[in-house]
Write a protein that binds this ligand. Structure first.
Ligand code: BJW
Length: 225
């Protein structure tokens, strides 16, 4: 039975009303990456970083999963083999759409993390500067998000899945951020067939055997069904 490993990025949630990062008018056009998505930025101005993630937490809580999220959940349910979803997204929409066992390699807006002791717990709707950690009481709570320069979560588990993949699909990701951008090469090394589903060709498009271009809510259900 064939194993499918799926990598998703911001494009799959775009039609749920959540902005992508690098598209025109995206999050990185409105905020400097160095200010809001690095540990150094957080150390410099935690209030700014909390404001950025508090606003995104509200948006994500109001967003609904779309036809692409639901199609992947359907694939997980109906495929005779295993379907593993690895997401770079922090919005929780795969689970809201019915998916299970999703690997959140860049963390989650729903989580808080202690920068001192590493304890993780559900984030309040609004995180505040100097918020105490429930485990060590240090004023060191931060969003449970993987910033630039930090090691993404579950890498051993992800590489293990990629090594066994028969099919690898990358959906709605620009292929500009590593290590996720290199997953396709791991899958190729494992002998997998590879497919890119995206609005437009990504930075790594030439590595894929097959491509399907268009809005995720159209191309993902078409690919699944
Ligand atoms: C649609 C659509 C629709 C639109 N339908 N599609 C030099 C060379 C190589 C690497 C490095 C380097 N210098 C530094 C690095 C490493 C660095 C990196 O990659 N930098 C690059 C910028 C060069 N990476 C890291 O630091 C990572 N850590 C690391 O490498 O640790 C070392 C290590 C790794 C492994 C093992 C051991 C050690 C950490 C990266 C953390 C990324 N964090 C962010 C922000 C936090 C999360 C958040 O706030 O939400 O994660 S950055 C941001 O980019 C976010 C995303 O998850 C990530 C990827 O973006 P994504 O999802 O691809 O979105 P976009 O906007 O780029 O693309 C959207 C796509 O959708 C587009 O293609 C559209 O066309 C498409 N689309 N509408 C279908 N309707």
């Amino acid at each position: 039975m064939e194993k499918i490993v799926i990598l998703t990025g911001a494009g799959i949630s775009a039609e749920s009303g959540l902005g992508t990062f690098r598209d025109e008018g995206g999050l990185w056009a409105q905020h400097r990456i160095e200010d809001v998505a690095t540990p150094e930025g957080f150390a410099r101005d935690p209030a700014l970083v909390h404001a950025f993630y508090n606003a995104r937490r509200v948006q994500a809580a109001q967003a609904q999963p779309n036809a692409a999220h639901r199609a992947l959940a359907r694939l997980q349910r109906d495929w005779p083999g295993e379907v593993v979803i690895v997401t770079q997204n922090v919005d929780g929409l795969h689970e809201a759409g019915g998916a299970s066992g999703v690997i959140h390699m860049h963390g989650t807006l729903a989580g808080a993390l202690c920068a001192a002791c590493g304890h993780r717990w559900p984030a309040p709707a609004e995180m505040a500067v100097d918020e105490p950690c429930p485990a060590c009481a240090g004023p060191t709570a931060r969003p449970d998000i993987v910033w630039f320069g930090e090691v993404p979560y579950s890498m051993d588990q992800i590489y293990g899945h990629l090594a066994q993949a028969d099919i690898f699909a990358a959906i709605g990701t620009s292929g500009q951020v590593y290590p996720a951008a290199a997953f396709v090469h791991e899958a190729i090394a494992a002998g997998a067939r590879t497919v890119e589903l995206n609005l437009e060709p990504s930075a790594g498009v030439s590595s894929f055997d097959e491509t399907l271009f268009g809005p995720a809510t159209q191309v993902v259900p078409r690919w699944v069904d």
